[in-house]
Design a protein around this ligand. Structure first.
Ligand code: COA
Ligand code: ZN
Length: 307
């Protein structure tokens, strides 16, 4: 088995949304432009959410207008409602990533909507996007567990996926918002969705909050999943999910697949070079490991005593 992998880097959205310090619009644009040179399939550049809910991304339109678009990359934005669809379309976003939560408690904390209310909203959002040259995806937060309610039943997630597919949305992302999923659980749910909806573009969005992130990505890949969300440096976290922290780290994910001989289309050295700019951009160290340890083929000089 060696199927190719497609990576959506979400650092500029999932990462920047939770940073304690404001990142200047010009710096966000320069960061995304550098990422665009590394061969990623998608870049989630921002979100068109309420600036009161997510103040860090209040400059979404300026960011989308300011970046240089690489022709092979889809530039994605996270969208909670019709107003977000309109704002995103007005600046030529390639993919609208509708967001909802599988669990009502997180949905109400994050979006002020239950899952059923979000699904009703999605129907209006699909209508608002009709006729536009844009791809639609739906992200299901807390698909593997909720920080307020605990385990989310797989049957409930399957029901939500069915309703999303009925709306004609082309892709679904299963999000482990607070990093509670384990590899067997991920493999089982991914396989169930893939088998039931073979035409749906299925993406996994793991967080590494409890150290299971790369294991979960591997488990999904082993049951045929080819699309992953990851954030450069391992940034990321939802401000409305207590205890949430970093996404899986993009360069660590690309490095793992490279070691396995799996094509990601990504220039790993280029990606590492962009990651090295993160601490000065955001003002603190980041969790990514390969940047610190070097790639697995790094060699050290033998100690002089035994050389
Ligand atoms: N873009 C910009 N402004 C928006 C907006 C959007 N997509 N949606 C709502 N607003 C504004 C409204 O215009 C209104 O502004 P006003 O107070 O100046 O009149 C205000 O936000 C409240 O609007 P309302 O429709 O009542 O929204 P709400 O307060 O119920 O909040 C959401 C609902 C979904 C807009 C908000 O919770 C949100 O943006 N959440 C995003 C959370 C998120 O991104 N989490 C991390 C990723 S998982
Ligand atoms: Zn996330």
């Amino acid at each position: 088995m060696s199927h190719r992998v497609f990576i959506n880097d979400v650092a500029a959205r999932d990462g920047f949304q939770i940073e304690p310090r404001w990142i200047e619009t010009a710096d966000k644009i320069a960061f995304i432009d550098r990422l665009s040179a590394t061969g990623l399939a998608k870049i989630e550049a921002t979100s068109f959410t309420s600036p009161k809910a997510i103040p860090n991304l209040a400059d979404a339109a300026e960011v989308m207008r300011g970046i240089h678009r690489a022709p092979d990359i889809d530039y994605v934005a996270l969208i909670p409602n019709v107003k977000g669809v309109e704002r995103a379309l007005s600046v030529g976003t390639d993919e609208l990533n509708f967001v909802m939560s599988a669990s009502d408690s997180h949905g109400r904390a994050n979006l002020r909507m239950t899952a059923d209310e979000s699904l009703a909203r999605f129907a209006d959002m699909v209508v608002a996007a009709e006729g536009a040259d844009v791809r639609l995806n739906a992200s299901i937060s807390t698909a593997f567990g909720c920080p307020f309610e605990g385990r989310v039943p797989a049957d409930r997630v399957m029901e939500i996926v069915a309703r999303i597919a009925d709306l004609g949305i082309a892709g679904v992302t299963l999000c482990d918002t607070t990093g509670v999923a384990n590899p067997l659980q991920v493999a089982a749910l991914c396989e169930a969705v893939r088998t039931r909806y073979p035409g749906l573009d299925l993406t996994l969005h793991p967080h590494n909050t409890r150290g299971m992130g790369l294991a979960n990505a591997l488990a999904a890949w082993q049951v045929g999943i080819a699309r992953f969300d990851a954030a450069l440096g391992g940034l990321g976290g939802c401000p409305y999910a207590p205890g949430a922290s970093g996404n899986i780290c993009t360069e660590d994910l690309v490095h793992m697949f490279a070691c396995m001989g799996v094509d990601t289309g990504v220039d790993l050295d280029g990606l590492i070079a962009v990651s090295e700019t993160l601490p000065s951009l955001i003002g603190h160290d980041v969790p990514g490991q390969v940047v610190k340890a070097g790639k697995a083929d790094r060699r050290y000089r033998l100690p002089a005593a035994i050389a």
